[in-house]
Design a protein around this ligand. Structure first.
Ligand SMILES: Nc1ncnc2c1ncn2[C@@H]1O[C@H](COP(=O)(O)OP(=O)(O)OP(=O)(O)O)[C@@H](O)[C@H]1O
Ligand SMILES: [Mg+2]
Length: 139
């Protein structure tokens, strides 16, 4: 599946809608260059799930956990960023794996291609690429 987005708002709204099909336990691996909209996508997803807190990039802390409110199954959103990770072990050390496959958690990983080795086999990869002034979001 392919979606073309010409603005930050479109990417946000697309992710917000996409979040409605999540049931918990999913791992979403975002792949795309700097500034393609991985964090914007995550913000839309969070809004759709009902995360109240503002999502900020976990580039330096590597992982942030947000409570999800008012969702039947999903109670947590785990947002990871592998950009600064030297080895996938850095994420294992901070306990990231404990959130993978948890039925009450949706995990989103920016720069997922860097840590493919430790991701669950059923990880859904979402690639975002620039095309002229828009972004193509591919599943
Ligand atoms: N179609 C679009 N979708 C998403 N963002 C867009 C789009 N067009 C322009 N932008 C801009 O691109 C930037 C995307 O920033 P964002 O932080 O989400 O990228 P990122 O992929 O998370 O980057 P990083 O690799 O640094 O984490 C924002 O400044 C946003 O305004
Ligand atoms: Mg980002």
């Amino acid at each position: 599946m392919k979606f073309s987005s010409v603005s930050k708002k479109q990417t946000f709204n697309f992710a917000k809608k996409f979040s409605k099909q999540l049931t918990g336990g999913e791992t979403l691996g975002l792949i795309g260059n700097l500034g393609t909209g991985k964090t914007i996508f995550t913000k839309g997803l969070a809004a759709g799930l009902g995360v109240k807190k503002n999502i900020t990039s976990p580039t330096f802390v590597l992982m942030k956990i947000y409570p999800v409110t008012k969702h039947k199954q999903i109670k947590l959103l785990a947002h990871l960023d592998a950009y600064r990770v030297k080895s996938a072990n850095d994420l294992i050390t901070i306990g990231a794996k404990e959130y993978f496959n948890r039925p009450d958690t949706v995990t989103v990983i920016e720069w997922a291609d860097k840590i493919k080795r430790i991701l669950p086999r059923k990880t859904k990869f979402i690639t975002i690429i620039y095309k002229d002034n828009s972004r193509i979001i591919k599943f």
